[in-house]
Each structure stands twice: as C-alpha cells, then as structure tokens.
Write a protein that binds this ligand. Sequence first.
Ligand SMILES: Cc1cc2nc3c(=O)[nH]c(=O)nc-3n(C[C@H](O)[C@H](O)[C@H](O)COP(=O)(O)OP(=O)(O)OC[C@H]3O[C@@H](n4cnc5c(N)ncnc54)[C@H](O)[C@@H]3O)c2cc1C
Length: 448
Amino acid sequence: MKTLYVIGAGPAGFYAAQKVARAGHQVILFNRDIKPGGLAEYGIYPKKDKMKTGLRKQFGKILDLPNVHYLGHLPVRESGGLPVGELEQWNPDAMLFTVGAQGTKKLGLPGEDSRGVHSAKDFVYHYNLLPPFATQDFSTRKRIAIIGMGNVMVDVARWVMLDDPDRKTEEVTVIARRGPFEVKFDEKEFAYIEEYLDLQALRDELQRVKERIANVGQDVAKVPDVSFPQLAQPSRESRFPRLRFRFLSSPRQIHADAQGRIYRLTVTENLLVPRNGGTASKSTDRTSDLEFDTMIFAIGDIVDPTVGLPASQGGYVTNPEQKVSERAAYQVFDPERGQVLEGLFVAGWARKASEGLVGKARFDAEKAATYVLEYLERVPAKRTRDAQEIATLLASKGMHVVTKQDVPYLNRAEELQAKERDLPSFKFGDDDEMLAAIEREKKRQPVS
Ligand SMILES: Cc1cc2nc3c(=O)[nH]c(=O)nc-3n(C[C@H](O)[C@H](O)[C@H](O)COP(=O)(O)OP(=O)(O)OC[C@H]3O[C@@H](n4cnc5c(N)ncnc54)[C@H](O)[C@@H]3O)c2cc1C
C-alpha cells in the first residue's frame, strides 16, 4: 500500500482519490477551502440544487472510504500556505495536483482595476458564498457588461437579472470579440435567460455586423438556425431587464469616475477573418464608447502560479513528450532542468484551465489516476506521514486544519441554521464562523 497526496478537493481531486483508494492505497486530500467540493460547491449555479446535492453525496461517500483522508482549510502555496517542498518532506509516494484554475486572466487594460469591474470566478465565488469573496463587495448596478459568450456568462447574467436579491439591473450587454456564429453557451443553459433577450436589439446588432461576418462566408439569415432560434419565433415584447449582445468588440479601455468606478468602456471594433479552418477576430483602429457601471470578465481563467509548480502561459508545465505518450500530459515538468518531476501529476482544471463540465473533470482525473496507479506500482514504498500525524503537526504550528470527521459537524450546523431561519438551505460565508460552528456542534452532540 502506497500513499498519494491529492492537492485540491474539487471534482477532479475526489474522482481521482476514489480510483486510487479503491485500488487499495491511502489518499490524503489537501484542500484550500474548509468545505470540500471546489466549483461543485462554489461555482455551479446556486439554484442547481439537484446537481449540487448529488455531487455532495458522491463526494461524501468518497470521504467515507476508510483510506481517504481530508485536510481542509490548508492552501498549498509557496508563501502564506503549505509549500510543496514541505509536503515533499513528508514523503508521499506520489502527489496529484487538482487545484483547479484559480488565477485571473488579466488583459492589461487601462482601468482594469476600477471599482465595479470583476472577474466572473470571483463573482460566482461571491454569490456561492466562498470565503473571503462571500463578504466582499461585488455589488452591481444598472448597466452591466459581461465579456465572453460561454456558459459562465449565462450564469452571471442569470444571477444579475433574476436571482440577486439586491439586483438593480436594467440592462445586460454581452460583449464578444467574434460574432453570432461563435457563441459558446449551451442552448439548455441559455434557456434560463432567453426570455430577456431583446430581439429587436439583436436584429439591429446583426445588421451592424453583417458585412463583417460575410467576410468569412457567414450569412446573418442563418443565425436563427445556428445560435439564436428565438429570432425565428413569433415576435414578443422583451422582458425587463434587457439582454443584449455586442459582437466583434474587444474591451480596450475602462474609464472610471471620480469615485474610481467604471462609467464607460471603450471597445475596439473587430473584423472576422478565417483561421485554421475556423474564425478569428482581427482588431481595427476603430473604437466605440459604451456606457456601463459594472463589468464582469467571463473569459476563462488561468492556473495559480503561486502554488509552487512550474507554470507558463497560464498553465502548469507538463511533460512535452505528449505526442509519444498520453501519460506525459499528466506529468509535471520542470522546464529549467528539462526533466519530469518524479511522482508529481496534474489533472482537471489545473491541467486544462476552465475546460469542460464536471463530467470532463472526472474523466480527466480518472485518466490521471490510471497513470498515478501505474507509477505507484513501480516505485518502492516510502515511510510517509499519515493524515493524523500531519494534522497534529500542523495544529502544533497553530494551523486550524479541518478533517473529514469535522465535515459532518459543519453540514449539521448549516442544516440547523436553515431550520432556524426557515430557509431551504443555509451556508456560512466566513471561515471563522465555519470553524466555530464545527466546534459548537462537536460539543453539542457527537455525529454518530
Ligand atoms: C461558474 C461556473 C459554473 C459551472 N457550472 C457547471 C454546471 O452547471 N455543470 C457542470 O457539470 N459543470 C459546471 N462547471 C464546471 C465545473 O465546475 C468544473 O468542470 C469542475 O469543478 C472542475 O473541477 P476541478 O476539480 O478540476 O477544479 P475545482 O472545482 O476548481 O476544484 C479545485 C479545488 O482545489 C482547491 N484548491 C485551489 N487552490 C488550492 C491550493 N493552493 N491548495 C489546496 N487546494 C487548493 C479548491 O479549494 C477546490 O476545492 C461550472 C464552472 C464554473 C466556473
């Protein structure tokens, strides 16, 4: 029996842990957040109860495996957390990094740090109540720009138009560098917000860009067949707030008012050009000014370079021998020394940032687990520190680590809060409150 440390207890971490544990090895999950689940807990839309509850149950069952251990509230990072070097000193037989894509893609625009400008990741962490984002100011105003046309854009638009209890939204404008044939959202997801689509504004926008998209052979008359079937339906009044699209536009400059808040966005007008069998945007020197008081970037994320793995171009560096062996794509690689970092693997959104749904992360993690298992078969066992030893050691350093025995107490404390407040569910949005609730529940009544 060998020991695998899995860094990151989101879907990828859990499914990999399950596969390796079922093969008879010990697995210790190290997680930044107190609660396990990653984006399944803190990213997926709050109203997708069935999916979230189903995933929580699956992860709970994985945690129940006797050879799976959990150490939460423990970021692995070079400073202000547990450095990778320290983990290595505890002699795991292998380590798998499933930390997701926690870095923010910055475009380097003037005014990018203005108030009212957010990354979608931070914004969804806020409304899904992940500390510390839960208690930070992510208030939105009336005219909201969302950059990007994927499913995350749909979630953000849905929140600001339908579910945010403090919403002031009058208009959401989706800004995309390419055109109406390049939308990335799924029809099923868009259905949540389609009734807000301002059809007349969409028709006008298609007229505005029709010559530019004709350049790559695209015909606006086909838009209803490909991406906006709503245009073919009987006409109707659009509902308030309005949902609009602005195609072939890339943010160029954010203008802030005297309070430092965005009030205007300058966009570059793009052309659409053919590239590699598809299309690409090409900027022109024409610009337009649009009035917004809130802006949210939903353009995908990059990995967190502070974790301590070699990183380049928004991703962790993996073995370049990927044409020769698929395994290489999961092996962490040190480009300075030009060699694979023995026993270090990566999977899920940490391997391919912002790519795919939970099913894809699971597939990727299970594939990684196959290679981890092959590796574990090959190497001699080490004398590894177990979860209990690590928890004790970290406690002696004053770190408050949350174990798998603690998680049911937190769940019970939240269920009680929901009952007391007469809510369908309740979530703490603050680490100290969660830690206090766990201690309170432990004293009150042991979970059987
Ligand atoms: C807004 C949004 C909505 C989505 N909606 C859906 C949906 O409806 N349906 C669907 O199937 N998929 C959805 N997805 C995609 C899905 O969430 C991902 O496919 C999946 O969560 C990726 O899993 P992961 O484990 O690779 O990463 P994550 O889920 O991000 O998990 C990473 C884990 O690593 C931990 N971690 C991070 N940094 C560190 C560190 N330094 N040290 C230790 N631990 C760390 C985090 O705490 C987290 O637990 C959505 C994604 C987003 C962003």
